[in-house]
Design a protein around this ligand. Structure first.
Ligand SMILES: NC(=O)c1ccc[n+]([C@@H]2O[C@H](COP(=O)([O-])OP(=O)(O)OC[C@H]3O[C@@H](n4cnc5c(N)ncnc54)[C@H](OP(=O)(O)O)[C@@H]3O)[C@@H](O)[C@H]2O)c1
Length: 326
């Protein structure tokens, strides 16, 4: 697997996003299937594993990852996040989001940061987190203060690299002045544009980008015609039955390009992302071994400039139904 750098952290160009492996996200899943998925990802070179203390109940997702890396910790770049799984009795602030819940509750106060990290280390069964993110900026706390506490974790060896998720260019710049940030994790895919200021700032500061939901929460694979029960996308306007049908119609030219290239739409979506910047990496999620292997193989694809140009034109004409929210 080709590698890339996030700051000075080396990771495979395509890793694995583990969120899909906890119940209540993309539908049916159990721990046995989840463990098979994680093993498949690691065996196929997707050794950058992304989780969070907020995926699943009581650290479920981190504990799954902990079991999967047991005995092979040195092969894996373990990334996790804090700030949404707030200890009982602690206050929280509202961070508006488009998808599913309309808002998230955040607490990224510096006094809690070590407690979060120690809980994640226990869940993961490791003594160091390779890449530790503030999951969302806390509207009640200057980001410099949150990152100041993360710098303390790095100094004391609990974490190796500092990351930020869902931040603006200004927040990245302010945080980076306190402690070097290795990676920013924001949503970025063929149907979700990255903020150009953020991209320019990351380039200027030497910060890598980790693109979340790189398959557009499954849409860009071209395989989502309807949703099953217990799927959080029921709350997402872009996946509402009417919008989903018209989005699938409008996405047809990209699917056709993938077919012409002899690859799948998922592979085209991932390869396209990797061609946007040399410091972008992706973390697609899947419960299905054949999908995982298909996705990881996209790291080896080279897209011709004419293809990239044609994709750019097709995406410019692809008006997504269901507004700007997921
Ligand atoms: N920082 C944040 O705030 C944030 C927010 C959201 C996500 N994330 C991170 O980003 C990771 C990935 O995002 P995501 O899981 O939301 O979305 P995604 O990777 O864009 O899409 C996942 C969906 O795509 C399907 N899929 C994957 N590969 C496929 C293939 N080759 N063919 C057909 N279907 C395929 C999966 O279904 P199957 O299981 O059936 O394959 C699943 O339903 C998460 O795990 C998490 O680590 C971070």
């Amino acid at each position: 697997m080709k590698t890339r750098t996030l700051g000075n952290l080396q990771v495979p160009a395509i890793g694995f996003g583990a969120m899909v492996l906890s119940p209540g996200v993309y539908g049916e899943i159990d721990d046995e299937r989840a463990e098979t998925a994680l093993r498949t990802a690691l065996d196929a070179g997707g050794t950058h594993v992304d989780t969070s203390d907020a995926y699943g109940v009581n650290g479920h997702n981190e504990r799954l990852v902990g079991r999967a890396i047991k005995g092979r910790r040195d092969e894996v770049v373990v990334a996790t996040k804090f700030g949404l799984a707030i200890p009982e009795g602690e206050p929280s602030r509202s961070h508006p989001v488009g998808y599913a819940f309309n808002e998230l509750r955040v607490n990224a106060e510096p006094r809690l940061v070590r407690r979060y990290a120690e809980r994640s280390l226990r869940n993961l069964g490791t003594d160091v987190i390779d890449l530790y993110y503030a999951h969302y900026p806390d509207p009640g706390v200057p980001i410099e203060e949150t990152v100041g506490a993360m710098a303390g974790l790095a100094r004391d060896g609990l974490i190796r690299h500092v990351g930020l998720s869902n931040v603006t260019a200004a927040q990245l710049r302010a945080a980076h002045a306190v402690h070097p940030v290795s990676a920013v994790q924001n949503e970025w895919s063929m149907w979700r544009h990255v903020d150009q200021d953020l991209l320019a700032t990351a380039r200027e500061l030497g910060v890598g980008i980790v693109a979340w939901s790189p398959l557009g929460s499954g849409f860009l694979t071209g395989t989502v015609q309807s949703l099953g029960e217990g799927d959080f996308r029921h709350n997402a306007p872009r996946f509402d039955a009417g919008n989903l049908a018209s989005n699938n119609d409008r996405y047809a030219p990209i699917r056709a390009m993938a077919a012409q290239l002899g690859i799948t739409p998922a592979q085209l979506a991932l390869a396209w992302l990797l061609h946007q910047d040399e410091h972008v990496v992706t973390i697609p999620g899947s419960r299905t071994p054949s999908h995982i292997e298909e996705n990881l193989a996209a790291a080896d694809l080279t897209l011709h400039p004419d293809t990239l140009d044609a994709i750019g034109k097709a995406l410019a004409a692809f008006e997504v139904s269901g507004g700007t929210l997921l």
